[in-house]
Write a protein that binds this ligand. Structure first.
Ligand code: UFG
Length: 348
């Protein structure tokens, strides 16, 4: 029996595949490399010494995706494949709805056809909109403030509906807070397309000399130092949460929903300080206007995941920064140079 991982070459997907392989699972990855690099697959093999099946398939193409279901004995699916940039989703809403909703419908229909019962969905803390208080519990009101968030919320609603209709399904909705960090090997990590939108990849690019200075979006929030507070979680802890979620689904639990965060809030300035200590360099920054759509504060209550999954984030902010820096400093151009270097060395 295999676990199908859509978007398995992506940032969170690749770290999760490593944890699955280390648990001895058979893994089938589907990815179209729309926001990832084929070299990731070799890196996963290098880290784990294990192999997996891979299909270069766009999950919006139901016919191609069906081949994967036909050729493999899939018992569980972890669905990461999605567009994920908030700002881009405002500029390209139709692309976001088509990709994120369309591919999920394909997968759910194929799940039904091939009698797959277990499904883990990559949701996001964005479904809480602007929460009335922190920590955020899973039963807080849900809302979407941009098309990206709307796709996550719509899919959650779809999953709740299909579970009502079919009590043999087991579905885990995992709401991620802010994943940062990288695998300790320094071989895989986050590589955004173009100029990063998110804080950590921006900081690492400044530290490695690719960008001049960080703009801190807003210094007048109602937080301990005026800058936005988030719940940063190490991507390896997040990945391990998926293993625990699969174990939970095997108990025939029906639909479950968990926050995956640490429960701790750090401001932008806190993160800059922790990162400077990890890399031994000052990170030049200036405080600018708030970014439209940002909220002041967002951190999780993780008590449900702690109790019901037996999962707890283990890494602190120091390890998150050290691992992000190891990845970025070993791969200053992300996977691109690595790929060219490796091709060149093969040619030599
Ligand atoms: N920030 C800066 N400068 C930057 C980038 C970010 O000051 O260049 C600040 C933001 O204003 C915010 C904090 O850093 O206070 C974190 O911002 P990110 O863009 O890294 O993350 P967000 O919390 O805005 O968004 C992330 C994901 C979304 C997800 C959301 C869920 O990117 O996909 O968490 O809470 F929906």
């Amino acid at each position: 029996m295999s676990v199908l991982v859509t978007g398995g070459a992506g940032y969170i997907g690749s770290h999760t595949v490593i944890e699955l392989l280390e648990e001895g699972k058979e893994v089938v990855i589907v990815d179209n490399f729309s926001n990832s690099n084929p070299i990731v697959l070799d890196r996963i093999r290098e880290i784990t010494n294990e192999d997996f099946k891979f299909y270069k398939v766009d999950t919006t193409n139901s016919d191609e995706l069906e081949v994967v279901f036909k050729e493999n004995n899939i018992d569980s699916i972890i669905h990461f494949a999605a567009y994920k940039a908030v700002g881009e989703s405002v500029a390209k809403p139709l692309e976001y709805y088509t990709n994120n909703i369309g591919n999920t419908l394909n997968i759910l229909n194929l799940m039904r056809k091939y009698n797959v019962k277990n499904f883990v969905f990559s949701s996001s803390a964005t479904v809480y909109g602007d929460p009335h208080s922190c920590p955020i519990f899973e039963n807080f009101p849900l809302s979407a403030t941009n098309p990206y968030g709307a796709t996550k919320l719509m899919i959650e609603d779809m999953l709740r509906d299909i579970c009502k209709d079919n009590d043999s399904l087991n579905i885990a909705i995992l709401r991620y807070f802010n994943p940062i960090g990288a695998h300790i090997s320094g071989l895989i990590g986050e590589e955004p397309n173009g100029i990063p939108n998110n804080l950590m990849p921006y900081i690492t690019k400044v530290a490695v000399g690719k960008l001049k200075e960080l703009s801190v979006f807003g210094g007048d929030y109602n937080t301990h130092d005026g800058t936005g507070v988030r719940d940063y979680i190490h991507v390896v802890d997040l990945a391990r949460g998926h293993i625990k979620a699969l174990e939970k689904l095997n108990t025939n639990c029906g639909l479950v929903t968990y926050n995956l965060g640490t429960g701790n809030g750090y401001s932008v300035l806190d993160l800059i300080k922790a990162f400077s200590e990890a890399c031994g360099k000052e990170i030049p920054y200036k405080i600018v206007d708030r970014r439209p759509g940002d909220i002041a504060m967002c951190y999780a209550s993780t008590s449900n995941a702690n109790k019901e999954l037996g999962w707890k984030a283990e890494f602190g902010i120091k390890e998150m920064c050290e691992d992000s820096w190891r990845w970025q400093s070993n791969n200053p151009d992300g996977y691109t140079t690595a790929y060219i270097d490796e091709v060149t060395s093969v040619a030599e």
